[in-house]
Design a binder for this molecule. Structure first.
Ligand SMILES: [Zn+2]
Length: 158
């Protein structure tokens, strides 16, 4: 991105966020050469980042795949398709805003879990079980107690 003041090719990104419609990214940049700041609007590319899997292999991000994973966790749960779409959208927005070109699958999993947790605990645990791939039962129980350790808010025993 060329600096509009001095024409220098190098600038660093200070801030980045997607626009309301989610189709472009507004970036605040600072020129490496003259230090002046300017804003650019960049269209979100169809494949903006790669997903790094646990075994180190890379794959272009696949929305359908992510949605399928969430759907599987939400099976027979009181979660609507619209809510699932919302999760996908919210996760994608965070991924685009992260400026990373490579994102680990576990990072994406964490973001989905954050969204699922307040919605439905069963779906959350199902998703966690798949994504975290608990190495042994000890880690699993550790995670479960972490999840259920805090009593739900606003519920009092009678
Ligand atoms: Zn400049």
């Amino acid at each position: 991105m060329k600096c509009m003041y001095c024409g220098c090719e190098d600038s660093k990104v200070i801030d980045s966020r997607s626009t309301e419609d989610g189709k472009s990214i507004r970036r605040r940049r600072e020129c490496i050469n003259c230090g002046k700041r300017f804003t650019t609007f960049e269209t979100i590319e169809i494949v903006p980042f790669l997903v790094v899997k646990r075994d180190g292999t890379r794959q272009s991000y696949d929305r359908t795949k992510l949605k399928k994973g969430i759907l599987r966790s939400c099976e027979k749960r009181p979660i609507s398709m619209a809510q699932i779409d919302q999760i996908v959208e919210s996760v994608e927005k965070q991924l685009y805003n992260s400026l990373e070109q490579e994102i680990t699958s576990s990072k994406i999993g964490d973001l989905v879990m954050e969204e699922l947790k307040p919605l439905d605990e069963v779906a959350y645990i199902r998703f966690a079980a798949v994504y975290r791939q608990f190495k042994d039962s000890a880690t699993f129980f550790e995670e479960m107690s972490r999840i259920f350790g805090q009593p739900p808010k606003g519920k009092k025993k009678k």
